[in-house]
Design a protein around this ligand. Structure first.
Ligand SMILES: Nc1ncnc2c1ncn2[C@@H]1O[C@H](COP(=O)(O)OP(=O)(O)OP(=O)(O)O)[C@@H](O)[C@H]1O
Ligand SMILES: [Mg+2]
Length: 233
C-alpha cells in the first residue's frame, strides 16, 4: 500500500519542505520508491530537484513532480500514486484552497512549527481542517506536530514549554517526540546537493541522520497506530 504524507502549515517558513526532503531521503535509503509533489507556486522543492540534477546529485529512489492545482494533483494521484511506496506532498505556506484535496489523499499530515505563536496556530488550523475532512469524507487521516529549528535558546522560552500541553492536552493531536534541531546541513541540502543521507558522514551529519531516523520511526509508528500522545518519556 502506498503511504501518503503531506506537510501542511498555513503559516509559511515552518520547515515543511526541509522535513519532507529528509523523510524522503530516509525512505529512499531504505530502498523504497518515493514521489514528492511540489504544490507550492514558489517551486522550492522543484528547484532543489533541478539543482540536484545539474550537480549530478539526484537521489536514487526519489522522483519530484509539480502540481499547482487540486485537479492536476488528483489526476496524478489516481494515475500514479499506486506505483510508489511513499508519496510526500509539499504544500504552500499560504494557499488554503489546496489543503482539503491534499488532506483527502493523505494518511498522515505533518505540521512543522517553530516556537512562534503564529506557527502553532497554523498547525492547529491544519489539524482542524483534517478533522473536518475526516468527518465529512469518512477518512482516517492522522496528524502530528513537528518542532523544528530547535536551539538551546528556544528550549528556554515559555512558548516552548507550553507547546506539549497546548498540542496534546488542549488541542488533542500528536506532538512528535523527535525535535528537529537547527543545523547547517538542513540549510545546505537546499542548495541542490542531494539529500541529507547522501552527504559524507561527519559528526554533524551523523547527528542529523540520527534525528531523521528517529523522526521516520515515529512517522511509521504514527501511521501504524502504535504511537500514542502523552505516553512517551
Ligand atoms: N532544522 C533546520 N535547521 C536549519 N535551517 C532550517 C531548518 N529547517 C528549515 N530551515 C531553513 O529555514 C528555511 C525555511 O524552511 P523550509 O523551506 O523547509 O520551510 P517551509 O515551511 O517549506 O517554508 P515555505 O512555507 O516558505 O515553503 C529554509 O531556508 C531552510 O533552509
Ligand atoms: Mg516550502
Amino acid at each position: 500500500m502506498t503511504v501518503v504524507i503531506a506537510a501542511i502549515n498555513g503559516k509559511g517558513g515552518a520547515g515543511k519542505t526541509t522535513a519532507l526532503m529528509n523523510i524522503a531521503g530516509e525512505y529512499a535509503l531504505r530502498g523504497g520508491s518515493v514521489a514528492m509533489i511540489d504544490m507550492d507556486a514558489r517551486n522550492n522543492l522543484m528547484k532543489w530537484w533541478t539543482d540536484c540534477q545539474e550537480k549530478d546529485a539526484q537521489p536514487e529512489g526519489i522522483e519530484v513532480y509539480s502540481h499547482k492545482t487540486a485537479r492536476g494533483f488528483e489526476r496524478w494521484m489516481e494515475g500514479n500514486a499506486a506505483t510508489f511506496d511513499h508519496v510526500l506532498i509539499d504544500t504552500p505556506g499560504e494557499d488554503t484552497s489546496l489543503v482539503d484535496p491534499v488532506i483527502l489523499a493523505a494518511d498522515l499530515v505533518i505540521s512543522p512549527i517553530q516556537a512562534s505563536k503564529r506557527e502553532v496556530m497554523g498547525a492547529i488550523d491544519s489539524f482542524e481542517s483534517m478533522l473536518r475532512v475526516n468527518e465529512t469524507r469518512g477518512r482516517k487521516c492522522r496528524h502530528g506536530v513537528l518542532r523544528t529549528r530547535i536551539t538551546v535558546t528556544v528550549r528556554h522560552t515559555e512558548l516552548y514549554r507550553k507547546v506539549r500541553p497546548i498540542i496534546e492536552d488542549k488541542v488533542g493531536t500528536y506532538l512528535f517526540r523527535t525535535e528537529v534541531f537547527e543545523r547547517n546541513v538542513y540549510k545546505d541540502i537546499h542548495n541542490g546537493i542531494g539529500t541529507l543521507q547522501m552527504q559524507e558522514v561527519t559528526e554533524a551529519i551523523a547527528k542529523a541522520r540520527r534525528e531523521t531516523q528517529a523522526l521516520v520511526e515515529e512517522v511509521d509508528a504514527l501511521l501504524a497506530g502504535t504511537a500514542v500522545a502523552g505516553h512517551a518519556a
